[in-house]
Design a protein around this ligand. Structure first.
Ligand code: BGC
Length: 737
């Protein structure tokens, strides 16, 4: 159907809808919260969308909507399928967004999006609440793992890839789903990295730093946006027409529909205290430009009453309904309400293989004093809870963390933990692998332990939950045991990190030092004087300066998904040459945050007297088994073409990510000390040199001025090209535009 035909059909439908039906169309019902009966009642009323419902339950809702609501408008189902269709136990589980960003490869994001779309659509669903385009600039935030890291450009490129992957060539294809760029905007910039509080932001800063990744979502044709919990200068984003209409629709050119985040509308009354009652909140949210209201079911009555009382024009609701119906028609839902996907594809071999390849590409080696790859070793001690904890490896938003019904589900095979990866390769290579958990990543509070150790509970349901939770009980601390296990090894692989209790919504951390006895475990193992590699299986960068200093090797895997452990083992045995690069800085200490590379310059050096200014590991860092050297940087200011010679100075083929940064020497506003504007990947054989050309655009040098307009200001610029954001890794040239 062409745009004009869609427009006419939307208007025809709209003209038949009652006020109640329009209001219902803008409501998104949380199935798991309200249950089946209530969901079916909403379907009959003509609710526009449901979230968190799968399979036959979803089919029943759809049939009810189509057959028993007056106009039979199909509903759309949304789900949080954010690194694979993880809430389905059979699905292929990919590395987290943060881990995926370590690939610095939008094609990997696109493939993850494509696979996820096929699997979600096969479950009959239409829409994923992904990607997160918020920046991760303060790792204390609980949702850092959901971001593509700290940089607007990298995040934007990965966003572009994943949105293309989700949505495919056409929204009405059986295996395409709607993407949702969230959380618009500034969620990651909440003060003190405290989830969902207010944001230290101005519109200019918003446009310069935080809009770009969202703009790339729009460029990729992203169908929906989700609003953020936060606020700007005293205005809730949810009720801010400038953010939601002027910037999003007029300036960015977004033409899809906007959904609020969970109860954002209600929280105008209950959390942010800017609305007197639900009616006031409903009017504010609708007038600001929210088309669909997630989970605030009171919105329905409130908005109807507000229109009847003359407090809001019905035309406001019409516009929201228009946006929603247009998308339903673009998806061809009236003809084909249920996506069929690709029957049999959920968790199929090809999809798992894609998750495995993404995991390999995400492995990021940060230090290697020569102990890796592991060769001529006879015995390896693999130590640490997270070496064999699939829930930590998966991270957030899988069936293990967001069970729709049960408290703690059994992890389903196939998956490979780090320990299992080492065991499999050890068996192949005749290397003995011993494992010891060492200590709990996060020891349980005494009251929980007491519950585990106490007698069986009388209530059988509660007892079943307890039994399941006990299966996920962390190991007891036993550092001497770990030391004993490691004593006769030729190499130690210590896996440290965090657990799901330490990240996610509501779980920001004030302290990013390794929790529990993990540092004591490290020191005890280090004292053995056996080559020691530390692997980080965690949701985010943790503060590990001592480890960075004294370990023989450091490898970051973040939440690597189903085959994260296998990827780590293969990289460390040298089966492939790791090429991950950090999308985020590693702080030396929680108190050093924020420590992102593209900071604004300041008078007094921008440092604490008791802490260096630089992070432990910087944005863009990452090494493989071959070093790369750079020479002969040229830049033509007329054609905007940069060239540089990159040489593989090692004896193994490898991938280098050539990174391009710029600095605006004098500008009307203070600019970052450097800013990533391009990157490209090059594969080089041992000893090979390639001249890499990178075509830049004039807009890459733009800024947002005090009038909030994006402009290029002529003048002097510096261009840096090289291996990472660190000064010593970059060649520099100067030019004028
Ligand atoms: C989160 C969103 C998520 C939504 C639906 C909210 O609490 O902030 O990211 O998509 O819930 O699950």
């Amino acid at each position: 159907m062409n745009n004009e035909a869609i427009r006419q059909q939307v208007e025809a439908l709209l003209s038949q809808m009652t006020l109640e039906e329009k209001a219902a169309q803008t409501v998104q019902v949380p199935y798991t919260v309200v249950g089946r009966e209530e969901s079916l009642r909403w379907a009959k009323l003509g609710a526009g969308s449901f979230l968190h419902v799968l399979g036959d339950d979803a089919r029943e809702v759809q049939q009810t909507a189509m057959q028993e609501s007056r106009l039979g408008i199909p509903v759309i189902f949304g789900i949080d399928a954010i690194h694979g269709h993880g809430l389905n136990q059979q699905a292929a589980i990919f590395p987290s967004q943060l881990a995926t960003a370590c690939t610095w490869d939008p094609a990997v994001a696109e493939e993850m999006g494509r696979v996820t779309a096929r699997e979600v659509a096969t479950d009959g669903l239409h829409w994923t609440f992904s990607p997160v385009c918020c920046l991760g600039r303060d790792s204390r935030w609980g949702r850092i793992d959901e971001t593509f890291g700290e940089d607007p450009y990298l995040s934007g490129e990965m966003t572009y890839g994943i949105v293309k992957g989700y949505q495919g060539d056409s929204l009405d294809a059986d295996d395409s789903i709607l993407a949702c760029a969230k959380h618009y905007i500034g969620y990651g910039e909440a003060v003190g990295a405290r989830d969902a509080v207010d944001t230290q932001m101005t519109y200019r800063k918003m446009k310069e730093v935080f809009v770009p990744p969202f703009q790339r979502a729009v460029d990729a044709g992203c169908a929906t946006f989700m609003t953020a919990y936060g606020s700007i200068d005293g205005h809730s984003f949810t009720a801010d027409p400038k953010t939601m209409k002027t910037i999003l629709r007029d300036e960015m050119g977004f033409d899809g529909f906007v959904v609020t985040d969970w109860n954002n509308c209600g929280s105008l009354v209950t959390q942010q205290f800017v609305a007197e009652d639900m009616q006031d909140a409903a009017v504010q949210a609708a007038e600001a430009g929210n088309d669909m209201i997630m989970s605030t079911l009171e919105y329905y009555d409130a908005v109807i009453t507000a229109v009847r009382a003359g407090k809001m024009q019905e035309a406001v609701l019409d516009e929201a309904v228009r946006h929603i119906l247009t998308m339903k028609l673009r998806m061809n839902l009236f003809e084909k309400p249920e996506k069929t996907g690709v029957p049999g594809c959920i968790g199929c071999e090809a999809h798992r293989d894609a998750a495995y390849r993404a995991a390999k590409r995400s492995v990021t080696m940060l230090k290697n004093s020569g102990m890796l790859p592991l060769r001529s070793v006879k015995k390896i001690a693999v130590i640490g809870q997270n070496a064999d904890d699939i829930q930590s490896q998966y991270g957030d938003w899988t069936y293990l963390t967001h069970p729709n019904a049960e408290a703690a589900r059994e992890p389903l095979r196939p998956y490979v933990t780090v320990k299992e990866g080492f065991e499999a390769l050890g068996a192949e290579k005749g290397v003995e692998i011993v494992y010891h958990p060492g200590c709990a990543v996060r020891p349980l509070p005494p009251e929980v332990l007491a519950m585990f150790e106490g007698p069986a509970l009388k209530d059988p349901v509660a007892e079943a939950v307890r039994q399941k939770a006990m299966k996920r009980r962390p190991p007891a601390d036993d550092i001497p045991g770990a030391v004993e296990a490691a004593r006769s090894a030729d190499a130690i692989v210590l896996v440290v990190g965090d657990t799901i209790d330490q990240h996610g919504e509501y779980k920001d951390r004030a302290d990013l030092a390794l929790s529990g006895q993990q540092m004591a475990l490290y020191r005890a193992l280090r004292a053995l004087n056996i080559p020691l590699a530390v692997v980080l299986v965690s949701s985010k960068p943790l503060a590990i300066p001592e480890i960075a200093d004294s370990a023989d090797a450091v490898v970051v895997a973040f939440n690597g998904g189903q085959f994260g452990g296998q990827a780590v083992a293969e990289a460390m045995f040298g089966l492939f040459n790791p090429s991950g690069r950090l999308p985020i800085s590693f702080p030396a200490h929680s108190g050093q945050l924020p420590v992102y590379y593209n900071a604004l310059p300041g008078w007094h050096g921008g440092r604490y007297m008791d802490m260096p200014r630089t992070p432990v590991y910087a944005f863009g860092e990452g090494i493989g088994y071959a070093p790369f050297t750079y020479a002969n940087l040229t830049f033509d200011a007329d054609t905007l073409l940069a060239t540089v010679d990159v040489t593989n100075a090692g004896n193994i083929a490898g991938d280098e990510v050539v990174q391009v940064y710029m600095h605006d020497v004098v500008a009307s506003v203070i600019r970052p000390v450097k800013q990533l504007i391009a990157f490209t990947r090059v594969t080089l054989q041992p000893g090979e040199t390639k001249t890499v050309s990178i075509q830049l655009k004039r807009d890459d040098f733009s800024l947002v001025n005090r009038e909030e307009k994006r402009v290029v200001e002529p003048g002097a610029f510096e261009l840096f090209v090289g291996h990472s954001s660190k000064d010593e890794d970059l060649l520099k040239t100067e030019f004028r535009l």
